[in-house]
Design a protein. Structure first.
Length: 479
């Protein structure tokens, strides 16, 4: 899957460009419908009371959906009728994308939106991504169509993606449901859910806990709920897989009154870990190893100790800031150091520094992109890569202790799937576990030598398929 991802441009790193690090802005982005036809026009009384609290990048352009719903629905329909575009009618002409209703999965990251279309058999029919959102240079790739683009904000990027999906046979009118990755579900949203106003409010409540992610997740959810109010919309949560962590793992050593305020460890990348747990037996052959140490190494990076298929410990905590060194995030840092920065530089500057200007970017002065760093000859870039590998190994020791040993390692995410030298350096540091790494060639799924007492595997990230499966299960339960 990593191979499908559009190349990231220097300076357009995943985490570095979000302009609102503490998620304080209240206004919402709105989706200019342009040529996109709303699925059905059906004014919704509750709709006007929906929780907002979504980031607004400050730009409003084109036709705003909420300005004149009926008018735009008519304009959109007229445009489609005139254009005779692929998939312009629900039951009639053959569409380029083939027949049948589909699920649209939306994975909104800090500077990218990945989408995928799944049919009833959960076969992926089309995938796409817009990246470099908010940066000077971005890109759009949907199916075989690729172009350079500049996206001022997530809603503009979503619109471009939807237009391309429509052009390739998957208009909004053909959707059975939309299904979203939501990074932070807090303590209450611990299973996939159908989105209603209460769910939106709860997600918005978690915005300050995942400032690089939740506001963008909500922007996409609100835009699609506006566009297709009658459609079923679902959310799967990155935090949910870790709901099985014991209290001793999730509780910070603070008085209970603080914990009750929600200040505890949650953990993230859970959709990726859930999907890895399902996929590993098929890749490794046999049943799921009893103790799996999973490495999700992307722009955000974390580890998860998975015992008997359940998360028992993970490196991220209250927010996706802690644990490993990341593209732009510090990973673990002493609370008193944070207080000092807040005191001397102000809270906003400290939040920006911790979330956007640190990690590989801060250490190297080059940027967050591992591929770029590996090709950079400066000592700073080399030190940033050293730091990443060293802390991945150190945290690995902690995860192994939490599950009292390890039977298999599994690497996923853009770095985990593709950066062979990074993987090799992490594995070299774990040979004390009984792991004997193999040649570790690019493209290999098996990374351990014959006779190694610990397995090591590459598991392509399949978050989108997992989210589609969650939504399909809820649709079936409703039927
Ligand atoms: N061939 C490669 N070699 C080294 N690093 C790579 C390669 N392909 C992707 N990456 C790295 O993967 C990271 C992005 O991971 P990804 O999982 O796509 O991020 P996101 O968190 O945005 O989903 C970047 O640091 C990128 O440089
Ligand atoms: C939770 C998180 O860090 O996500 P991402 O890797 O997409 O930034
Ligand atoms: Mg990711």
């Amino acid at each position: 899957m990593g191979g499908d991802r559009p190349a990231r441009r220097r300076g357009a790193g995943a985490d570095g460009d979000g302009p609102d690090p503490v998620g304080r802005r209240g206004a919402r982005q709105e989706l200019p419908i342009g040529s996109i036809r709303r699925r059905r026009h059906h004014p919704h009384p509750q709709h006007h009371h929906r929780q907002r609290g979504v980031q607004d990048d400050g730009l409003r352009h084109g036709l705003l959906l909420r300005g004149d719903r009926a008018g735009h629905a008519r304009a959109g329909a007229a445009h489609l009728a005139g254009a005779g575009g692929a998939g312009a009618d629900r039951g009639g002409r053959a569409r380029r994308g083939g027949g049948g209703a589909v699920i649209l999965v939306v994975n909104t990251g800090s500077s990218s939106i990945k989408v995928a279309i799944f049919d009833d058999a959960l076969q992926q029919r089309l995938s796409g991504a817009a990246d470099g959102i908010g940066a000077a240079a971005g890109g759009l790739k949907v199916g075989e169509v690729t172009r350079e683009a500049q996206f001022a904000n997530h809603v503009a990027a979503l619109q471009a993606v939807l237009e391309q999906l429509e052009a390739q046979g998957f208009p909004v009118s053909r959707l059975r449901a939309t299904a979203h990755r939501v990074v932070h579900g807090g303590a209450r949203l611990t299973e996939p859910v159908r989105i209603d106003d209460a769910v939106v409010a709860e997600i918005a409540r978690c915005n300050p806990l995942a400032p690089l992610h939740n506001p963008h997740n909500l922007a996409a959810i609100n835009a699609l709920r506006d566009l297709a109010p009658d459609l079923a919309h679902f959310a799967s949560f990155d935090t949910a897989f870790h709901a099985t962590n014991p209290p001793v793992a999730t509780t910070y050593a603070v008085p209970p009154a603080i914990t009750e305020r929600g200040i505890r460890r949650y953990g993230f990348h859970g959709i990726s870990y859930a999907s890895l747990t399902r996929a590993l037996p098929g890749i490794a052959g046999g049943t799921l190893p009893r103790r799996v140490l999973a490495f999700h190494l992307g722009n955000g990076a974390s580890l998860c100790a998975i015992r008997d298929g359940r998360s028992v410990a993970t490196t991220m905590g209250y927010s996706p800031l802690s644990g490993l060194t990341m593209g732009t995030r510090t990973g673990d840092i002493d609370g008193n150091a944070v207080l000092r920065m807040a005191e001397e530089d102000g809270i906003d500057a400290a939040a920006r520094l911790l979330n956007h200007e640190s990690g590989l970017t801060g250490l190297s002065g080059v940027g967050p992109d591992m591929r770029t760093l590996l090709g950079d000859s400066s000592p700073e870039a080399a030190f940033a890569v050293d730091h990443f590998c060293y802390w991945a190994r150190r945290h690995a020791g902690s995860m192994i202790a939490a599950m009292e040993g390890v039977d298999a390692l599994a690497f996923t995410g853009g770095i985990g799937e593709n950066a062979t030298t990074v993987r090799a350096r992490i594995m070299e540091g774990l040979e004390w576990t009984g792991l004997v790494p193999d040649a570790n060639a690019a493209g290999a799924a098996r990374l351990h030598a014959p006779g190694s007492s610990v397995g090591a595997w590459v598991v392509p990230a399949a978050e989108e398929r997992m989210i589609a499966a969650d939504a399909a299960a809820l649709l079936d339960a409703d039927a």
